[in-house]
Design a protein around this ligand. Structure first.
Ligand SMILES: [Zn+2]
Length: 401
């Protein structure tokens, strides 16, 4: 049966339609427009959302299924066994879906948890957004990346990328290039100590990054690199990495280089700016370190999002907390509509799924968020979720699961 969603305001991802409706047939949208101009078939199932705003389902462009940033000392919980992590992942993506996220790009999991979870979502065993997975995140031995697995040298990196793509069915390849404040661990004869290391150093060689990029690009897949700035960023851009993740210490030269190369940036704000997230990282020393560099991160992001760089948003494991990314971005003087595009049309483009999702247009999947209020004027209204549809199916009624 044809379904029709009516609302006072519709944001298609490109423009605003007043007193509009979205016509859905099965999984797909067949039309969007002003109600007075739309053909609504007899016997349609009409849902009138009144004063609510209808917009495309949100896209979280950088997250991890099992990483649970909402938990205290979450880095330590990543050492839990695979079964525990898998159960946590199933719970996490339910929060994401209920917050209006209908597509997630997952950038590295342990033990191919993402493969199993994606399969379970597609078979409708558990509720969750559409998942774009990476399989095992590729890092170097002793390198950064609690969500990564070590591979060394060109041959190992190439093989890891191939296994991820051809065996695990990865949608993109993830590499961890630079270190990260405090999280960097020095394994000295088996003793794990947290040490402050220069997080701008490159922990993969340019040849290793290149091996991942060549392998992925040969078969039409993109490469995402955890990278804060410095020489690691230079290597990534020169190697042809498609998306720089985090980029929190980019300087003017880095931004310039990315603009020239048409590389994208994934802005992940809560990880470096949110009080609660910083506390949840674990030890007091870690928290202190993150607080110390918070203004630098804010300055780099402010510059980046006004530079002309194309960017999308990611929660990096802050499940159900996507609103923080949108609200913080608006705080950097980005227009609400542009902020929403970083979570819809732009994100779909960056993730390579813009022919399927990201906007309310005929032929796209009917992935739709309905909120009580108007995030185009008051971004915090994005949390007032009335309904979430994925492929035309209403998902916010959790009694069905
Ligand atoms: Zn991440």
């Amino acid at each position: 049966m044809v379904k029709v969603l009516k609302g006072k305001k519709i944001f298609t991802g490109y423009e605003v339609i007043h007193d509009g409706c979205v016509v859905i047939d099965g999984e797909k949208i067949v039309g969007v427009g002003m109600e007075s101009k739309m053909h609504i078939p007899d016997k349609s199932d009409i849902i009138d959302f009144g004063d609510n705003t209808i917009l495309p389902g949100l896209i979280d462009s950088h997250t991890h299924l099992a990483l649970s940033a909402q938990m205290p000392n979450y880095a330590a919980t990543m050492k839990d066994d695979t079964l525990t992590l898998t159960l946590r992942a199933a719970r996490n993506i339910r929060c994401d879906l209920l917050s209006g996220v209908t597509t997630m790009r997952c950038l590295g999991e342990k033990d191919f948890i993402d493969v199993a979870i994606k399969d379970a979502v597609e078979k409708e065993l558990i509720p969750g957004p559409r998942l774009l997975i990476s399989g095992k995140g590729i890092r170097s031995s002793y390198g950064h990346g609690i969500m990564g697995t070590p591979f060394d040298g060109v041959e190992e990196v190439r093989k890891a990328a191939r296994i991820n793509i051809h065996d695990a069915g990865a949608d993109q390849v993830k590499v961890f290039v630079t270190g990260s404040k405090g999280e960097f661990r020095n394994f000295k004869f088996g003793t794990e100590r947290t040490v402050e290391r220069n997080e701008m150093q490159s922990l993969m060689t340019k040849e290793e990054i290149q091996a991942a990029v060549e392998t992925a690009h040969c078969v039409g897949k993109k490469v995402a690199a955890h990278c804060y700035g410095g020489v690691g960023l230079k290597h990534c851009v020169e190697a042809g990495v498609d998306t720089i993740e985090h980029g929190i210490y980019m300087d003017d030269d880095d931004i310039e280089m990315m603009l020239k190369a048409k590389a994208w940036l994934t802005v992940t704000q809560n990880g470096y700016l949110s009080d609660q997230r910083i506390i949840n990282r674990g030890t007091p020393e870690l928290t202190k370190g993150f607080v110390k560099f918070r203004d630098d991160v804010r300055a780099a992001y402010t510059k980046a999002v006004h530079s002309g760089l194309r960017y999308a948003l990611g929660t990096d494991g802050n499940h159900g907390g996507f609103a923080y990314e949108l609200e913080t971005l608006v705080g950097f003087n980005i227009e609400p509509m542009k902020a929403l595009q970083a979570a819809t049309t732009e994100a779909a483009c960056m993730c390579g799924v813009d022919e399927k999702v990201g906007s309310l247009e005929a032929e796209k999947f009917a992935d739709i968020l309905v909120v009580d209020g108007d995030p185009l004027t008051t971004m915090s209204d994005i949390t007032k979720v009335t309904a979430v549809f994925k492929g035309g199916r209403r998902m916010d009624d959790i009694s069905q699961w």
